[in-house]
Design a protein around this ligand. Structure first.
Ligand SMILES: Cc1cc2nc3c(=O)[nH]c(=O)nc-3n(C[C@H](O)[C@H](O)[C@H](O)COP(=O)(O)OP(=O)(O)OC[C@H]3O[C@@H](n4cnc5c(N)ncnc54)[C@H](O)[C@@H]3O)c2cc1C
Length: 403
């Protein structure tokens, strides 16, 4: 379902050109097309193949962000989670998450209760969002795979899982249904502001093509500043750090339950999750200084995650069958990445806008924040749809190149 290039003649003029087809680019394409703008999205690979296929695959408020006081982010993400559970039932599904509490746990029982109560309230309450506390004795049979030494209780709360790349493709598909043109294998080479429009030079499946647009939206994720450097006049760029997160996959499921665990090494939160018949374990936070194309799991990250698995699931003897890494875009600051803001930042100048950071979960709300900027840059159009009411359906492999 990629837009056939033959439908996009040389020098086609669009209201909005979006660079990068991850969840943010797909979300902005959907929101802009729904608001009545003509949209071109260029993705240099396949839709969702960047960071948006390397996440922990959670549609969540982020319980752990309460520890760093990011209450607004958690509230907005929980609202978006509830909406996505309704709009995308084939892609986003509710799960119970379990937090085992040990005598040695850094987070104490009262802290978990407090955090989970706030999480419940921010989610709007209701029976689906209620959390539970059970003593370990009553749960031994159901959680036998878990290390039982000094286990005192297990808390259970509710969140959601997804297939991140499939969700991204579904959003892109929705954008396309609203009239957006999506080009894959389409890499931005340069863009130049000239006479009231951006002249956009891209290489599309190996062929040089030129498009025009009234404004440019940079949603290139970890490549955001590399894309910005290809634009004239040079737009402002935010000072960011790329922070790598690695995941492991175990082909034989370790457990049928979703776990929210405290890494014994440093107290960070690590998830152990059922994932497409396997177990997904992650993640890490390692400052990354290389080119985003070269991001790979590091030996020490793999060892760290394997040690978490061994600690909590002592009977597991299998080695991970796969591993992958992605990059977070975080504001440059002192202190650990763990407590750094996960809020998205919008940087604008003239008819240029760039998105920095943000969560998979909040893509729709983020895209809505872009619309007033489009109104300022391009003018108002007649709205054709409301993204908070558009169902999302799996687009299968519609945007993946066939080998
Ligand atoms: C380890 C990790 C775990 C995470 N877990 C979660 C989670 O569980 N839940 C959650 O809500 N969020 C999570 N996140 C955050 C979320 O995954 C990201 O914020 C989100 O996927 C970023 O999407 P994006 O569209 O900004 O970037 P990307 O998905 O990276 O998209 C950018 C795209 O731009 C393209 N591009 C680059 N240069 C060019 C060019 N010159 N021309 C054309 N295209 C170009 C790239 O190919 C890429 O596809 C996690 C992030 C990480 C790193």
């Amino acid at each position: 379902m990629k837009t056939p290039e033959s439908l996009l003649p040389q020098n086609s003029l669009f209201d909005v050109a979006i660079i990068g087809g991850g969840i943010q680019g797909a979300g902005v394409a959907q929101a802009a097309a729904a608001a009545g703008y003509s949209v071109l999205l260029l993705e240099r690979g396949d839709i969702g193949e960047g960071t948006s296929s390397k996440s922990s695959k959670l549609i969540h408020g982020g319980l752990r962000y309460l520890e760093s006081g990011q209450v607004r982010l958690v509230w907005e993400s929980l609202k978006e989670r509830e909406l996505l559970l309704k709009l995308a039932p084939d892609l986003v599904y509710r799960q119970h998450f379990h937090i085992p509490l040990y005598r040695s746990s850094k987070r104490k029982s009262w802290q978990l209760r407090l955090g989970l109560s706030l999480y419940y309230l921010l989610a709007g309450g209701g029976s689906d969002n209620r959390f539970r506390h059970n003593s370990s004795e009553s749960l031994n049979n159901r959680f036998g795979e878990l290390n039982q030494d000094d286990l005192t209780a297990i808390y259970r709360y509710s969140d959601a899982q997804t297939d991140d790349q499939a969700l991204t493709q579904a959003v892109a598909y929705s954008a396309q249904q609203l009239g957006a043109s999506l080009l894959c294998q389409a890499q931005l080479r340069k863009a130049q502001w000239h006479d009231g429009t951006y002249l956009i030079d891209a290489q599309v499946e190996g062929v040089n093509r030129r498009f025009k647009s009234r404004c440019l939206v940079n949603t290139a994720g970890p490549w955001v500043n590399l894309v910005a450097s290809r634009i004239q006049p040079k737009p402002p760029a935010q000072d960011v750090e790329l922070v790598q997160g690695t995941h492991l996959l175990y082909s034989t499921p370790i457990s049928e339950h979703c776990y929210y665990l405290e890494a014994p090494q440093d107290g960070r939160v690590v998830f152990v999750l059922p994932w497409q018949g396997q177990t997904l374990v992650g993640t890490t936070e390692t400052l990354y200084r290389g080119h985003p194309d070269d991001c790979q799991p590091l030996e020490e990250e793999v060892a760290y995650l394997k040690a978490v698995v061994t600690h909590y699931f002592p009977d597991n003897t299998q080695e991970p069958s796969a591993q992958f890494a992605g990059l977070r875009v975080l504001p440059k600051a002192e202190g650990s990445a763990f407590s750094r803001s996960r809020e998205v930042q919008l940087v604008t100048k003239g008819n240029y806008l760039a998105l920095y950071g943000g969560k998979l979960t909040g893509y729709r709300a983020t895209a809505q924040r872009v619309i007033p900027h489009l109104e300022r840059m391009v003018g108002l159009r007649n709205r054709v749809a409301d993204t908070s009411e558009l169902p999302l359906v799996p687009a299968e492999s519609a945007f993946t190149s066939t080998p």
